[in-house]
Ligand binder design. Structure first.
Ligand code: ATP
Ligand code: FE2
Length: 336
């Protein structure tokens, strides 16, 4: 390949996905205007037929798959490892067992092939991949995944959390309800399908505290309703979506108002939900803001977002020497 490209290989392993992505940016004179490109995005997901993620099993899956995923990504990008300039990896936040596998793979590539290592913050990379792949310039990110629920924006020189869950992530809550009603994992898409057939709204707690949300009480309440046998699954799924998505939209809208920004970007697996997208679209239209929804492969956890964040961090001078590359399972967005 021509060597006027700066290439980053990125490894994602915060939870049930092991992803390897490759991103590049031109290094010519008009560097500042150069847009990055995604050359590969290989996603390998650990799934279960019933029950949720067991960290040790997900980590074993990642160990088994990591060589293949790296080779597939290089092949898709038509590159050799020697064409790669830096190795980026998700340093946190996430599940320790899973993070450790990606970090070990990244350190090995870095040491064996003598490439600089860059540890990136996973949450922020959802925002930056969205900025790369959509026309969003300075958005508020509604990041809704299994473990995370955060409203993030860049303000006064750093990434800040404007609102977040006080207990579990919205995706984990949906997955737990799905497990209770016996529809398996991942629950989000299956709840979405059932909800489409729901007609009657069942009253559920609506829990917004300031700019934060909480899902634990809603989960307990809806499981009790399900166990009472007096409600249809479809109606419960419909009501659950309407309630928790309204909470998310409310907090996102307030973050837009507070920051004075006029772009909303979606990220995370739950953002694949078409009803959530529709509710966000209506809210944005009403306040003359723009909504940006990246393609599915860039909403769910992926290696491309890590590769691209690595490019941005490296060009900003960041390096992560191996002795400082320990995983950071509780790394806060506002500390990055
Ligand atoms: P993170 O480490 O960022 O927390 P994650 O492991 O939760 O990531 P993602 O791929 O971002 O991974 O999101 C997975 C979640 O998205 C699951 O909880 C799943 O149920 C949910 N999800 C996927 N599709 C939909 C959908 N259509 N509607 C609602 N939820 C969905
Ligand atoms: Fe994520």
């Amino acid at each position: 390949m021509q060597k006027n490209q700066f290439v980053s290989l990125g490894i994602e392993s915060t939870a049930h996905t092991f992803g390897v992505g490759i991103a590049s940016v031109a290094t010519e004179t008009d560097n500042k205007k150069a847009k990055g490109k995604i050359l590969a995005n290989v996603i390998k997901q650990f799934t279960t037929k019933s029950g949720g993620i067991i960290p040790v099993q997900a980590a074993e899956h990642h160990v088994e798959i990591c060589d293949i995923a790296i080779a597939e990504a290089l092949a898709a990008a038509k590159l050799k490892i020697n064409d790669v300039d830096i190795i980026s990896f998700s340093q946190g936040p996430g599940i320790g067992h899973c993070l450790r596998v990606g970090a070990a793979a990244a350190r090995t590539l870095s040491l064996v092939h003598k490439k600089p290592l860059v540890g990136v913050n996973h949450c922020i990379s959802h925002l930056e991949i969205g900025r790369l792949l959509t026309d969003a310039k300075d958005p508020v990110l509604l990041y809704v995944s299994g473990a995370n629920t955060q409203v993030i924006a860049f303000e006064a020189g750093k990434y800040r959390i404007f609102g977040e869950t006080l207990d579990m992530g919205v995706g984990n809550m949906l997955d737990q309800f799905a497990r209770q009603i016996g529809i398996g994992f991942p629950g989000g898409p299956r709840i979405m399908n059932l909800a489409a057939a729901g007609k009657n709204y069942v009253e559920l707690p609506y829990v917004v505290k300031g700019m934060d949300v909480s899902f634990g009480g809603i989960l307990t309440n809806i499981i009790r309703k399900f166990e009472s046998g007096s409600y249809k699954k479809e109606d419960l799924c419909y009501s659950l979506q309407e309630t928790v998505f309204a909470m998310l939209v409310e907090v996102a809208e307030r973050a837009l108002a507070h920051t004075g920004k006029s772009e909303l970007l979606l990220g995370g697996g739950v953002a694949c939900n078409t009803r959530l997208q529709e509710m966000c679209r209506i809210m944005c239209r009403e306040r003359e803001a723009k909504l940006f929804v990246p393609e599915r492969q860039f909403l769910v956890d992926n290696g491309a977002q890590i590769a691209w964040q690595g490019v941005l961090d490296y060009l900003n001078g960041k390096r992560t020497p191996v002795e400082k590359s320990a995983i950071r399972p509780y790394w806060r967005t506002d500390e990055a």
